[in-house]
Design a protein around this ligand. Structure first.
Ligand SMILES: [Zn+2]
Length: 309
C-alpha cells in the first residue's frame, strides 16, 4: 500500500541525524553534558504526520527533539530551486559573461526550479505529495544537471536541518525556556541561538573555504522562510525575532575575506529577498554599481520603509 504521507526526503533521515551529531566538538560536548544532566534525550523523533510544516522543537516533558518530514521537504525543495536558479541562472551566467539581469523561466530547468520553490512554500499552508516533475533526493531519473543539483541539495538541506536543531538545542542549553514579551530581548535570544547553531556547524578557526562550504546550509532556513511569507509584515515576529535581521546577522558572521565570497552569499540572499519583494509588489532599489552587500542592505532598507508606512 502506498503511504499517503510519504515524501522522498525520508531517504535522508539518517543524513540529518548524522549532520546533527557530527557537529563541532564544542557543541558535541555541550550536547553530552545536557544528556548527562537529563536535560536532553539522545534520540530524535522524525515525524511523518502528513501535516503542513511545523518547525523543530524539543518536547518539554520527554526532552526529545522533534523534526518533521514536511518541513524537511520544504527545506529540500526550496534549496533545490534556489541552487538551480542562483548557481546556474545567475552565478554561472555571470561567470560565462551572459547574465542579462533576468533568469529565463521558459527554460524547463529554471521553470521546475521556480515551481519547486512555490511547492516548498505551499507546504507551510497545507501538506501535499511530492510533485511528479520534481527530481527527488534519490536523483535517479533526472537529467544530468537536475541530478547534480539534487545531490548538492541533499548535503545542504541535511546541514540546514541540523542547524535548526542546534538552534533549538541552544535555547534549551542556554535556559531560554521562559518566553519573554520584550521583542528586543527575544531578538537577542534568537541571535544567541543562531550564533550557537553557526558555531556548531562552522569550527571556531575555520578557513574561508570551510565557511563557504557551510554558507548555503546556514542561510537556507532564513531564505526558505522569507520566500514563504504572504506579506512583508510577517517578517516581524515577536516570538522568533525578525527574519531579515537574523538573516543579516548570520551573513555578517561569516566574515568572508574575499570580496567574491561576500558577493556570492549576499547575491544569494538578494535573489531571495528580491523574489519576495516582487511578489509583494514592492519596488526594488536601483541595481547597483555597488557591492552585492550594499544592494542587499538597500533591499532591507526598502522593506523597512514599507513596513513603517
Ligand atoms: Zn529560536
Amino acid at each position: 500500500m502506498i503511504d499517503p504521507t510519504y515524501l522522498p526526503v525520508r531517504l535522508l533521515e539518517n543524513n540529518v541525524l548524522h549532520a546533527f551529531v557530527n557537529a563541532n566538538p564544542g557543541a558535541q560536548r555541550l550536547l553530552q553534558h545536557a544528556i548527562e544532566r537529563q536535560l536532553f534525550r539522545p534520540e530524535v523523533d522524525y515525524v511523518t504526520d502528513g501535516n503542513r510544516v511545523t518547525y523543530p522543537s524539543i518536547n518539554v516533558n520527554t526532552r526529545i527533539m522533534r523534526v518533521q518530514e514536511t518541513h524537511f521537504a520544504m527545506l529540500w525543495a526550496a534549496t533545490y530551486g534556489l541552487t538551480v536558479l542562483y548557481e546556474v541562472g545567475v552565478h554561472q551566467a555571470k561567470v560565462d559573461g551572459n547574465f542579462t539581469g533576468d533568469i529565463d523561466l521558459t527554460n524547463p530547468l529554471f521553470h521546475h526550479a521556480e515551481l519547486a520553490i512555490q511547492w516548498a512554500c505551499s507546504l507551510r499552508i497545507r501538506f501535499s505529495v511530492w510533485p511528479e516533475w520534481l527530481v527527488t533526493p534519490a536523483a535517479e531519473s533526472a537529467v544530468d544537471l537536475e541530478n547534480r543539483h539534487a545531490l548538492l541539495t541533499n548535503g545542504i538541506a541535511s546541514d540546514a536541518m541540523a542547524s535548526l536543531m542546534w538552534h533549538e538545542f541552544a535555547h534549551l542549553a542556554m535556559g531560554h525556556s521562559n518566553p519573554t514579551n520584550d521583542p528586543a530581548v527575544q531578538q537577542q535570544l534568537e541571535q544567541e541561538a543562531d550564533d550557537f547553531a553557526f558555531h556548531a556547524l562552522v569550527p571556531q578557526h575555520a578557513t574561508e573555504d570551510e565557511r563557504v562550504l557551510k554558507g548555503w546550509a546556514l542561510v537556507m532556513p532564513f531564505l526558505a522562510h522569507l520566500l514563504s511569507l504572504k506579506h512583508p509584515s510577517a517578517m516581524r515576529s515577536t516570538r522568533h525575532g525578525d527574519v531579515d535581521v537574523r538573516l543579516s546577522h548570520v551573513l555578517s558572521r561569516f566574515h568572508f575575506a574575499a570580496q567574491a565570497n561576500r558577493d556570492y552569499f549576499y547575491g544569494l540572499a538578494a535573489v531571495a529577498v528580491t523574489a519576495a519583494m516582487r511578489r509583494w509588489s514592492i519596488d526594488l532599489p536601483d541595481v547597483p554599481d555597488q557591492s552585492m552587500e550594499e544592494f542587499f542592505n538597500a533591499c532591507l532598507d526598502r522593506l523597512d520603509e514599507v513596513l513603517e508606512r
